[in-house]
Write a protein that binds this ligand. Structure first.
Ligand SMILES: Cc1cc2nc3c(=O)[nH]c(=O)nc-3n(C[C@H](O)[C@H](O)[C@H](O)COP(=O)(O)OP(=O)(O)OC[C@H]3O[C@@H](n4cnc5c(N)ncnc54)[C@H](O)[C@@H]3O)c2cc1C
Length: 372
């Protein structure tokens, strides 16, 4: 055999496993069908601005080892995600905090804000919420729901909030402090120079072939390596024998605005009304505090997925969960191939979680305890 390991997919899962295996002295080949490394975290430079091509990515973790790991390749900046919501031209801070409550009601103390929310929750009279709308109102009251949740959620899911199940919103975190930091994690930031620079560093020394579809010549690729790590779609691997797994997808309309140095003053602005067709506008330069004379923005449109579209978010309903379990049974029966990452496990992973999961996989393969 030419290689100990053939790794399919140069996203974060494939890149982390390649790095660990290569460092352990294994001979590895990493291939990706796309013409670039990085998978969905890939950033491309447009007029000197790192554009998050497959959607905005903000790294956050409370795991010190994960944070040290990513920072050992490139330095991360101090970016803190503080999205702003635009509802019919009026701006509100997110996540829901004292700034939001001041903007919504003019209240200035935590006590007044808590009273407002409690009053609206009681007035709703909802005890057993039957759908997402009732669930949200019973948790936070009607003002926040109608201004900041309803329109956004309906655009995201392409369905009325009264037709969505209540369990989608389990809780709505509320902060009674003036803190606009979206994440609660200990560490957060963006790799200076973009995610592509991070992955490039991680893959130094690893043999990589791009624009190469493993399933286009599976028997050849299987013949050149002892073991295969597959991070592509699990249903595609098995030729959709049980049918397609479904996803929600996002369409990005990306625009270079030449001569505009600052379009919206923030990396992320959510449009929470029903009439604006997009859910968010991302202004990429603000992830890295860019001072370029131009800017690049992406409008995000949430869309129903159909075969051939980019698969973004798995749909964890009964049909898809059952279908995935059937594919997983087939996957577990393969002895040469292991399945990992968001597409092969049909699972939403944040970046820090996919790194932890890749470490676990390496531990299993090498009988080490890298992840402890
Ligand atoms: C819109 C969006 C926004 C997100 N924002 C954040 C965020 O802010 N913070 C965060 O922590 N996480 C975020 N995530 C999650 C993050 O994108 C994932 O954790 C990460 O990309 C998963 O990496 P992966 O390697 O599993 O998958 P991928 O990045 O999808 O990599 C899989 C790779 O396999 C390749 N491949 C598939 N099949 C084949 C084949 N047959 N042959 C060759 N190559 C193949 C694909 O081309 C792809 O490059 C976001 C996800 C989405 C969808």
């Amino acid at each position: 055999m030419t290689y100990d390991y053939l790794i399919i997919g140069a996203g974060l899962f494939g890149s982390v496993t390649s790095y660990c295996l290569f460092r352990s002295g294994k001979k590895c080949l990493l291939i990706d069908k796309r013409p670039h490394i990085g998978g969905n975290v890939y950033t491309e430079s447009i007029n000197g601005i790192n554009v998050h091509k497959y959607g905005a990515h903000i790294f956050h973790t409370s795991n010190r080892r994960v944070w040290d790991f990513v920072n050992s390749f490139v330095e991360f900046n101090r970016y803190t995600n503080s999205p702003v919501a635009n509802y019919k031209g009026k701006l509100y801070n997110l996540p829901f905090n004292m700034n939001t409550f001041y903007q919504m009601w003019g209240v200035t103390t935590p006590e007044e804000a808590a009273e407002r929310i409690e009053k609206q929750r009681k007035e709703s009279g909802i005890v057993n919420p039957k759908n997402l709308e009732e669930q949200a109102i019973s948790l936070i009251g009607k003002d926040i729901y109608y201004t900041l949740i309803k329109g956004y959620t309906e655009k995201q899911w392409g369905r009325k909030a009264t037709e969505l199940p209540a369990f989608i919103i389990k809780r709505l975190p509320v902060r009674f402090t003036f803190d606009n930091n979206y994440f609660n994690d200990k560490y957060q930031g963006i790799p200076i120079g973009g995610y592509t620079a991070l992955i490039e560093k991680m893959l130094e020394g690893v043999e990589v072939r791009l624009g190469t579809d493993y399933l286009g010549d599976k028997s050849y690729f299987d013949s050149i390596a002892d073991k295969v790590i597959y991070t592509g779609e699990i249903d595609r691997y098995f030729d959709y024998c049980f049918g397609h797994l479904e996803y929600r997808t996002v369409r990005f309309e990306t625009e270079l605005l030449e001569g505009v140095a600052n379009f919206q003053g923030n990396a992320v602005v959510n449009y929470t009304d029903a009439d604006t067709p997009y859910t968010r506008i991302i202004e990429h330069k603000h992830f890295e505090f860019g001072q370029q004379p131009d800017t690049v923005i992406s409008r995000e449109y949430s869309a129903e997925w159909k075969p051939g579209d980019e698969p973004y978010y798995p749909v964890n309903d009964e049909r898809n969960s059952t279908l995935y379990r059937r594919y997983k049974e087939l996957a577990d029966a393969q002895d040469k191939v292991v399945f990992g990452g968001r597409l092969a496990e049909y699972k939403y992973y944040d970046m820090h979680q996919v790194i932890e999961s890749a470490w676990k996989q390496v531990d299993k393969l090498l009988h080490t305890s890298y992840n402890e």
